[in-house]
Design a protein. Structure first.
Length: 391
């Protein structure tokens, strides 16, 4: 069974297992009645005792019976990987609500009056995907694949379009991808992450939330304030370090960022730290000379800890849509970006940008920001994301 067939089957199974609210209310009493009948049929002999009949009959005894059947309902939460709790999945759904509603609002207007998936529907779907910031290249791949499915395998029912779309995007994003590594463990100690990105994308907040996440896992975390061009950047990072109670290494505003990185890594080695998070100045992505400074910081860190930084994480603001594509392109052209974090998805209808960036740049999206709380920086799971986006 290919990836598409596997995902189509999984998403269809999930849909079939999710009755509407009306159906749930309607079916619940029927289930209880059936169970009650079964109980009463299995006990015809105790008739001589009239008082005993009402005792087994009351619903309190039978009500727990349907509950185990509802247990599998959360299965789609961890349907693909056992890392998503119900609370985490609910947060993801809520964070993508604007993107979800915007997408289906556009789609419903364009397919109104249609009964099957035809060329007009596919043209309209292409328009909807592009306007949802999925990106032109990724959209064309998706449309081509769906067109082939419709022609060859007769997926012509419009009611299956959503399942077809989810399965096609999921298979597109997963194919040829290596098994993701566990974000909670590192082969190097200390593991050094250098965080880059333009001003305003949420680098400082991301660093604070990552520090909180890993400290809760029992790791010793150190922050380096190597954005020395803005006093506010150092102050903000100090606030975050105090909030999550981790050490921060800093110098005066205007200091050499490479010097701060050097001091941070030496401190981390001396104090047996597990993880180092290095902030950098908000680079304008078209300033090559500032990009070159990132290379200088990397060279200095490598002298202290071999192969440091082990991860160059580019933070992108998901609410900027296509501008995030441009930033990703410029940064990947000028420095060796190894992972992506896409923030501010909860306040925008442009969540489709995650799909396009993940597909086009072949750089793993490790985290997405779906809210302001400390726990709302989530590890990115492509299947759960697609499921929530198109649910």
């Amino acid at each position: 069974m290919g990836l598409f067939d596997k995902f189509f089957s999984l998403f269809k199974k999930k849909k079939d297992k999710e009755p509407s609210t009306d159906e749930k209310e309607k079916n619940k009493p029927e289930e209880i009645e059936e169970i009650s009948e079964t109980i009463s049929k299995s006990e015809p002999e105790p008739e001589p005792e009239p008082e005993s009949e009402p005792d087994p009959e009351p619903e309190p005894e039978s009500e727990p019976e349907p509950e185990p059947e509802l247990e599998p309902e959360p299965e789609p939460v961890g349907f693909f990987k056992n890392i998503y709790s119900k609370k985490k999945k609910d947060t993801l759904n809520k964070g993508l609500k604007k993107s979800n509603q915007s997408f289906f609002s556009k789609l419903n207007k364009l397919v109104i009056g249609k009964t099957k998936i035809d060329s007009d529907v596919l043209d309209n779907l292409e328009e909807v995907l592009i306007s949802s910031d999925v990106g032109v290249n990724t959209t064309l791949k998706i449309i081509d694949k769906i067109e082939s499915r419709v022609a060859e395998e007769k997926y012509s029912n419009l009611s299956e379009l959503n399942i077809l779309l989810k399965a096609e995007i999921a298979s597109l994003l997963i194919e040829n991808e290596e098994e993701p590594s566990n974000n909670n463990t590192f082969s190097e100690k200390p593991h050094v992450i250098m965080v880059v990105g333009v001003n305003g994308v949420g680098k400082t907040t991301t660093i604070g939330k990552l520090a909180n996440k890993y400290k809760k896992l029992g790791l010793k975390v150190v922050i380096g304030a190597a954005d020395t061009f803005r006093a506010a950047a150092i102050d903000q990072l100090v606030t975050w370090a105090n909030r999550v109670d981790v050490p921060i290494i800093k110098q005066q505003m205007g200091s050499d960022p490479a010097s701060v990185a050097f001091d941070t890594l030496n401190y981390a080695k001396t104090n047996d730290a597990d993880l180092v998070l290095i902030d950098t100045a908000g680079r304008l992505h078209n300033k090559i000379n500032l990009m070159n400074e990132l290379s200088k910081i990397k060279r200095v860190m490598n002298r202290v800890i071999e192969n440091a930084p082990h991860d160059v994480m580019l933070v992108l603001d998901g609410s900027t849509g296509q501008n995030a594509f441009i930033q990703a392109k410029e940064f990947t052209n000028t420095t060796e970006v190894s992972s992506l974090t896409i923030t501010k998805l909860d306040g925008t209808a442009k969540g489709g940008v995650v799909i396009g960036i993940s597909d086009e740049f072949k750089i793993p999206v490790k985290y997405i920001g779906v809210g302001e709380a400390l726990e709302d920086l989530q590890e990115f799971n492509k299947l759960e994301f697609v499921d929530s986006f198109f649910d």
